[in-house]
Design a protein around this ligand. Structure first.
Ligand SMILES: Cc1cc2nc3c(=O)[nH]c(=O)nc-3n(C[C@H](O)[C@H](O)[C@H](O)COP(=O)(O)OP(=O)(O)OC[C@H]3O[C@@H](n4cnc5c(N)ncnc54)[C@H](O)[C@@H]3O)c2cc1C
Length: 429
């Protein structure tokens, strides 16, 4: 009888688990940590629920939003959904108009503050040209090279394209894949108006999806095992033997949903998977630093999510406005940079000083906490090879944000990969 082992309880693993459990296919999820969510998980610190990373979803995350709605009874109140608003403090402000796509964006651009008429025209012409070419490039190049080719001014690059590229791909434009960037523009800015909506979580990221997903999977009679680190996956006859916490259990199928820098520990040594292991070995990574600041009194940012360009901070999140967490601000610093040379205390202080420039009367914080994810996402550079979810080893699948997808490493690519594994298994398993 089919029994599927899902190794890893991040968004990819839990998407696979929900999809299979909904068809009454028994699964066991093994998660090494004490809580679910992986890179998008809650971290409890001094009785405050922080997130490992501050995350932004968009309306184009169709599968993520569908699954959250499917398992989370508090779906409506768990998300704040707003029309696209691009707010770069003191430099640029664009709000999508209430019109069908792509007019919502073109009119929003025409009405935006901070660009000359010539720059607005240049950005609109760039988008129109990409659209006419079906957002496809004859060969992949860097985002920066594409912007230069299309004569996008330095200001346009600074306030619009670079922040968009770093937010979407977590890779600096000088080395980021222009084709993946165009895929994101196509599906977010040029689909429906709703696809470009910004969607922010009002609850921590474990409570948003992985925990309600686990409750659903358990209701269907399947198991979700926390603090269960898998130490071996051994192909055996038609199936597999999984070792976790010194116990060995047999399964018919395995969906391996762990992050790319950890997965090769299981793939190396299985001849059928050696090519995939070699491709994964070639991946490079980009960091994200999340800096949390707890203030003794309420603090209001000019917007719940505020873009900044003149310092280290890329985005600041007002957790009081979003999650009713009094006096809590989260700041995001994407990709590599000089901030990596600072100690955690120095970085916390630098971020606080930068915030002081934008929020008058900001008191000294009670504490700061830096969460540095050295391998937050793979570096989304031109022409990288991403492994397929279906592998040459029968009944062995790979799920995760690094597997083949139109999208960069995001929650949506993770969720879609999990669903793809489950669907293939249901069709062929
Ligand atoms: C700081 C930060 C900010 C981000 N911001 C955004 C954003 O704004 N928008 C967006 O869409 N994406 C964002 N991302 C990317 C997003 O978080 C990831 O793409 C997504 O969470 C990846 O999910 P996953 O399931 O593929 O992998 P993971 O989340 O890495 O899950 C893998 C799981 O496997 C478990 N595991 C590992 N080894 C074992 C083992 N041997 N046995 C059992 N379990 C094991 C791990 O504990 C983990 O829970 C961000 C990421 C970071 C780090």
């Amino acid at each position: 009888m089919t029994h599927v082992a899902i190794v890893g309880g991040g968004y990819a693993g839990m998407a696979a688990a929900v999809t299979l459990a909904a068809r009454r296919i028994p699964v066991t999820v093994f998660e090494a940590a004490r809580q679910l969510g992986g890179r998008a998980r809650r971290i409890d610190y001094r009785d405050v629920a922080l997130d490992n990373g501050l995350h932004v979803l968009i309306g184009a995350y169709a599968e993520t939003l569908r699954l959250i709605e499917f398992v989370n009874p508090a779906y409506a109140s768990a998300l704040l959904r707003t029309p696209l608003e691009w707010n770069v403090q003191n430099e640029f402000h664009l709000r999508a108009a209430r019109l069908p796509a792509p007019l919502h964006l073109l009119v929003g651009l025409a009405r935006s503050d901070g660009l000359s008429i010539a720059e607005k025209f240049s950005a609109a012409r760039f988008l129109a040209l990409l659209r006419a070419r079906g957002y496809a490039l004859p060969r992949d190049i860097s985002v920066e090279a594409l912007l230069v080719q299309h004569a996008q001014s330095e200001r346009l690059r600074r306030v619009l394209w670079r922040p968009l590229c770093v937010a979407a791909l977590n890779t600096p434009p000088a080395i980021a894949s222009a084709q993946v960037f165009l895929n994101v523009l196509r599906d977010s800015l040029d689909a429906t108006r709703a696809a470009s909506d910004l969607v922010l979580s009002r609850v921590d990221l474990s409570a948003l999806f992985p925990e309600p997903a686990a409750a659903y999977v358990q209701q269907q009679g399947s198991a979700v095992l926390l603090s269960h680190r898998v130490t071996a996956i051994d192909p055996l006859g038609d199936g597999f033997e999984i070792e976790a916490n010194s116990e060995r259990i047999r399964f018919t199928h395995v969906i391996c949903a762990i992050s790319p820098h950890q997965v090769n520990a299981f793939l190396i040594g299985i001849t059928a998977l050696s090519e995939i292991a070699a491709a994964i070995e070639m991946l490079r990574y980009q960091p994200i630093h999340s800096v949390w600041l707890q203030y003794p009194a309420p603090v209001a940012l000019p917007a719940p999510m505020l873009g900044l360009t003149n310092g280290l901070i890329h985005w600041a999140f007002d957790r009081e406005a979003l999650c009713a967490q009094r006096g809590l601000i989260g700041a995001v610093i994407s990709a590599a940079g000089e901030h990596q040379d600072l100690t955690q205390d120095e970085l916390g202080l630098r971020v606080h000083r930068e915030l002081q420039q934008h929020v008058s009367g900001l008191p000294e914080p009670l504490w700061t906490r830096v969460i540095a994810e050295k391998r937050a996402t793979f570096a989304c550079t031109p022409n990288i090879t991403r492994p397929s979810q279906v592998t040459p080893l029968k009944n062995f699948y790979l799920a995760g944000d690094y597997t083949t997808s139109d999208y960069p490493a995001t929650i949506e690519s993770a969720v879609r990969s999990g669903i793809a594994c489950a669907q293939h298994l249901m069709r062929h398993g």
